[in-house]
Design a protein around this ligand. Structure first.
Ligand code: PMP
Length: 391
């Protein structure tokens, strides 16, 4: 009959609708998604150039400017997880041969060094141990020595639990003709961030952490200084997909709208809902709620005889806590027990903290008294189970 024989048979898998377990995600992300946000993922698709969809993009932009505390025109959400925004920053601001200074105190600095190297930057690094942060004095010395065009700092390093102070960093960079590029993935919405006031030139965040949104569209903002730097490039941006001048045009910045790539539609719906919830609560209230939740968590953990990895209290990241695994305790036995008995995620370490800590996230809606009580109870039960606590 002319039909060709099938070369690949359908896989022997159940075709019943997908089911997944409910889990309390108390690790460093993703976090749980509120019902209203999740429901938006099920709304019908619109065309990516339909006026109704463009209006949703505009609303996202306006709420993002609030979340970032910026008037930056070039503020949008990159299509991709946090790494896409990280790469977008480097791809647009760096040209081959440019000196770039990366402050490395955890995994994220290392990642940025790798990405900058791939785009041909002359990468210089300055380091402190995991759990520690950089001082203005140390950064100034490095700026003077390397004269970089770009400095990277991670505001909240989820691999170590350190919160990098940023006040004064922007001014310092500008004094040396350098732009400031900051990872705010674990901080926007949970910790005070003032992009304009602090002189940050490029900052990005992710959807799936404090914003309680499924991963996919990652917010990023560029200062007029950064836009100027992009406009004066000698070479094309090395990534078409992440060329912010073109992506900006799709978001209505810098000229009439153009089609660049198909917008993430459903991911933008959910981002809109997450940002609306943040605006409804207000940044100050959200910051205070994270502060109270983490203070209660830390006090409870210390009462159990556990120690926090970041020694300096002021440098502890409120959204991701790193808790030292005591000698003789296997971190994964504790996490596994908590997952099996409580269906709750408590993560292990990453990069410099691998095998040394547990990472407990209090992100967005997950930062509440009920969850803190549950985490403490689950940790206590698990620590009895592994024999660290006696009855
Ligand atoms: N930076 C930080 C501080 C992060 O915590 C993460 C996510 N763990 C990333 C960057 C990367 O984001 P994503 O996994 O969404 O690509």
């Amino acid at each position: 009959d002319g039909a060709l024989p099938m070369l690949i048979a359908p896989p022997a898998l159940s075709t019943a609708p997908l089911e997944v377990p409910h889990r309390l995600l108390m690790g460093p992300g993703p976090s749980n998604v509120p019902a209203r946000v999740l429901a938006a993922a099920g709304l019908p698709l619109l065309g990516h150039m339909h006026p109704q969809y463009l209006k949703i993009m505009d609303e996202c932009q306006a709420w993002l400017r609030y979340a970032f505390q910026t008037t930056n025109e070039l503020t949008l959400a990159v299509s991709g997880s946090g790494h896409a925004a990280m790469e977008a920053g480097i791809a647009n601001l760096v040209e081959a041969g440019d000196p770039v200074l990366v402050a490395e105190n955890g995994l994220w600095g290392e990642r940025v060094s790798d990405i900058a190297d791939r785009y041909g930057a002359e990468v210089k690094t300055t380091k402190v141990a995991g759990g520690e942060v950089f001082t203005l004095g140390q950064i100034e010395e490095e700026l003077r020595r390397h004269r970089p065009k770009l400095l990277f700092l991670c505001h909240g390093d989820s691999s170590t639990g350190a919160l990098q102070p940023l006040v004064g960093m922007g001014e310092l960079c500008h004094k040396y003709g350098c732009l400031l590029f900051v990872d705010c993935i674990t901080t926007i919405g949970g910790v005070p961030v003032f992009i304009d006031k602090w002189g940050i030139d490029v900052a990005y965040t992710g959807a799936q952490k404090v914003l309680n949104v499924p991963p996919g569209a990652s917010p990023i903002t560029f200062s007029p200084r950064a836009v100027q730097r992009i406009a004066s490039r000698h070479s094309k941006v090395g990534s078409f997909y992440l060329d912010m001048t073109l992506v900006g045009r799709y978001w209505g910045v810098g000229g009439p709208r153009i089609y660049h790539h198909t917008g993430l539609i459903s991911n933008v719906y959910v981002l809109r809902e997450g940002l609306a919830l943040l605006a409804e609560e207000g940044l100050e209230a959200a910051w205070a709620r994270h502060r109270q939740s983490v203070d209660t968590l830390h006090a409870g953990l210390e009462r159990m005889g556990l120690q926090l990895f970041v020694k300096e209290k002021a440098h502890r990241l409120p959204t991701v806590s790193t808790v030292c695994v005591p000698a003789g305790v296997k971190w994964d036995a504790v996490s596994k027990f908590i997952m099996e008995k409580y269906s709750m995620e408590i993560a292990g370490g990453l990069g410099p903290t691998a095998g040394k800590v547990w990472r407990i996230g209090l992100m967005g809606a997950n930062a509440n008294p009920a969850n803190v009580t549950l985490v403490l109870a689950a940790m206590e039960d698990a620590l009895r189970h592994v024999g660290f606590l006696r009855r």
